[in-house]
Design a protein. Sequence first.
Length: 403
Amino acid sequence: MEQMKPEVDVFRRRLLAAGAGGAAAGLAGWSPASLAQAAGAKPLPPFAAFKDASRVIVHSASGIETRRDAFGTSGITDTDILFARNNLAAPGDSITANPDAWELEIDGVSNPRKLSVGDLKRMGIASVSMVLQCSGNGRGFFGHKASGSQWKVGAAGNTLWSGVPVKAVVAELGGVREGMRYMTSTGGETIPPGIDPKKVMVERSVPWTAMEEAILAWELNGKPIPLAHGGPLRVIIPGYYGVNNVKYVKRVAFTPEQTMANIQASGYRVRPVGVKGAPAQPSMWEMNLKSFITDPVGGGQPLRAGLAQVHGVAFSGGSPVNAVEVSLDGGKTWQAARFFGPNLGRYAWRNFVLPVRFAPGAHVITSRAIADDGEMQPELRIENERGYAHNGWRDHAVKVTVA
């Protein structure tokens, strides 16, 4: 197939152009409760009953967030605290009882066919560490109370996936047919009777060139993918927001146009507040540059004056993170942090640390990441209807008291 240039990510350009020209300044949305919500306020939903309730925040039956103080410093986010978000009710857990029997349809290639997970395991193997992040991570900081789970920082995690490269499967099936511009993945959720499938189905299209690094994964953090995270088979596209990493995937097709399912045509579209979603608007594809502090987190208990370690994470779906700066005074002055731990690849997050000596008083701690291409994480969010892609460092700050 003749090579085509990947479609321009208009949203990424708009974010870069906007810089600090976005929303209201200040620590909007910050409160001790937002950083340390009482565990058990809502029960864990059945599909995620294995989660550690003391280290997550349950927003709803379909939304669970990792507590900021639960991330730790090892680099990989444990499955029992990893955030979970479903756009449609998960299928029954029987589909994970015999994962190798799950079938996937591949279309838009020279030799379309159905393949079981067992078949896929004979075609190749790869592992990738990447940040899995909900498009609305940070929505809870927006002033207009955008609909959806009011995530702060915990709708993200650094994860390790294993499966077969999509490009290996495509090569085995004779390559992508001429004229295809998108890779369209369809989830295996059950559509409620009497509803137009296009209104609720989870089907997402991304530029077809994303297949170069995508995998069809059957393993998460060294174990079979649980139902809560898309098992028995999930499309994994490094650097892309979570909604594009379709769970329980039953079909991957290379298509000339984007799907007209609502989740693509009008959902996950970036638009001004009060405007409805439409196909011409930027789609939530590649993640932007971001960092946030994971320790200390405040929460009411004063810190002891003297030597301390400020920890955080930094990541990007575009140009890799090159450096991180930390401020202890709400962005007035900055100090260079250092990375520690293994570098797990360009799509994984980097743990960073800054040793400090805290003086008594109040401190506002925040961080900003700098990418290889010189881009710097902006100060302010970009206002939009659904509260997507928040990477402003000011809202993500934490306030601590030192005694």
